[in-house]
Design a protein around this ligand. Structure first.
Ligand code: ASP
Length: 327
C-alpha cells in the first residue's frame, strides 16, 4: 500500500559503485549518472528525481561525501519528498547506511540504500532489480519508521546490523544478529518488524569527521602496529579484539599510552556476530580489566560502525560512555 506522499517525488542520490558501472576498455568503470540510473526503471512507470553526489567506487568515498549526503538526506526530509534512495558501492554501503542512521533525523520518510554486485555490462546485472526493490520499499507504509535500510537481493536490512558478508555473490549482504527485517516480493515490500532501538546521535556540520583509527588483533599479535597508530595521536581508537572484546596482554602498555594521551578507546569483537561482554572475565586483557584501564566496550557494533559512532560522538560532544556500549 502506498502511503508516503502519493504525489511526491522520490529522490535518487547517486554515489557511484557497481550499480553505476559498465564495461570499459580494461574492465568495469563508472558509466551511469543519476539520470541514467533513473532511466533503468523508467519503463516501469517509476519516476525518480536524480541528484549526483559522486560517481566512483565506494572505496574512494571520504568524510566530505558522507557529510554532504547526510545534509542532502536532511534536505530531502524537509522538502516533502516521498523518500530518498541512495545508490552506492557495496564495499562501504553498510558504513554509509549507519552514518545516516547516526546523523539524520529519520522517522519521517523512508531512507533506502542499494547497490549492485554485477555491473550494467554483465548479463546478470542486479542493479535495476535492486533499484526497483528500493522503490517498493520507499512506497511501503512501514519503511519510514525503521530508519535507513539497505535493500539488496530483495532483502531489507537495518543499518546497524547489515554486513557485506560475501565478496562476490549477488546475495552478498546479511544481518548476522537478526536476519533481514523484511523482503520484497512481486514488487511489494513487507516489513515484518521494527527495531526497538535508535542509532541517532546528532547532526554533524562541516566537512570533516574526527580521525578514528581501527586496529585489529590476532593470536600472538605484536603491539607495534597499535603503538604506531597511537603515536599519530588520533582523535579516537577502535580495537577489534577477540571474542567478547579481549586483547593479548602485549597490548596493555600501548593502551596505557593511549589513555595517557587522552585518546578515547572502544573495544569491539572480531566475531561476525554477537556483543562484547562487560562483567564476565577478569584476566588481563579481558573486558573487566580493559574497562578498568579506561577502554569502553562497543556492544553490538562491528569495528567499522563503532569507528563512525565514536567519530560522530566526538564531533557532537556526546560523552563516549553515553554513546557506548550499543546493546
Ligand atoms: N567496488 C565497488 C564499490 O564498492 C563494489 C560494488 O559496488 O559492488 O564501489
Amino acid at each position: 500500500m502506498a502511503i508516503h506522499g502519493e504525489n511526491a517525488s522520490i529522490r535518487l542520490v547517486a554515489m557511484g559503485g557497481t550499480i553505476a558501472f559498465a564495461s570499459g576498455q580494461d574492465g568495469a568503470e563508472p558509466a551511469f549518472d543519476g539520470s541514467a540510473l533513473a532511466r533503468t526503471v523508467a519503463t516501469d512507470g517509476i519516476e525518480l528525481e536524480p541528484v549526483d553526489l559522486a560517481r566512483m567506487s565506494s572505496i574512494g568515498l571520504r568524510d566530505h561525501h558522507l557529510l554532504a549526503l547526510a545534509r542532502l538526506v536532511e534536505d530531502t526530509i524537509e522538502d516533502g519528498s516521498a523518500g530518498v534512495i541512495v545508490t552506492h558501492g557495496t564495499d562501504t554501503l553498510e558504513e554509509t547506511a549507519y552514518f545516516l542512521a547516526l546523523t539524520c533525523q529519520w522517522g519521517r520518510i523512508p531512507i533506502v540504500l542499494t547497490g549492485a554486485m554485477r555491473h550494467n555490462g554483465d548479463a546478470a546485472s542486479d542493479g535495476p532489480s535492486n533499484l526497483r526493490a528500493a522503490v517498493a520499499v520507499v512506497r511501503s507504509s512501514e519503511a519510514a519508521r525503521v530508519g535507513p535500510v539497505v535493500v539488496m537481493a530483495d532483502e531489507i536490512h537495518t543499518a546497524r546490523f547489515v554486513t557485506k558478508y560475501h565478496a562476490a555473490r549477488i546475495a552478498a549482504f546479511r544481518s548476522p544478529a537478526n536476519g533481514p527485517i523484511g523482503h520484497v516480493l512481486e514488487g511489494e515490500a513487507t516489513i515484518w518488524y521494527r527495531p526497538a532501538y535508535t542509532d541517532h546521535l546528532a547532526r554533524i556540520d562541516g566537512e570533516r569527521l574526527p580521525r578514528v583509527e581501527i586496529v585489529t588483533t590476532s593470536l600472538a599479535a605484536s603491539p607495534d602496529a597499535l603503538q604506531a597508530v597511537i603515536d599519530t595521536v588520533p582523535d579516537g581508537l577502535v580495537i577489534e579484539g577477540f571474542g567478547g572484546g579481549h586483547v593479548g596482554p602485549e597490548f596493555l602498555d600501548a593502551l596505557a599510552s593511549a589513555r595517557h594521551r587522552g585518546i578515547p578507546t572502544i573495544v569491539t569483537s572480531r566475531c561476525a556476530d554477537g556483543t562484547t561482554l562487560r562483567r564476565t572475565y577478569a584476566v588481563p586483557g579481558t573486558e573487566i580489566d580493559l574497562q578498568q584501564r579506561g577502554a569502553v566496550m562497543a556492544g553490538a557494533l562491528s569495528a567499522i560502525k563503532a569507528r563512525l559512532r565514536l567519530a560522530v560522538a566526538i564531533a557532537a560532544g556526546v560523552p563516549v560512555g553515553a554513546a557506548f556500549p550499543v546493546q
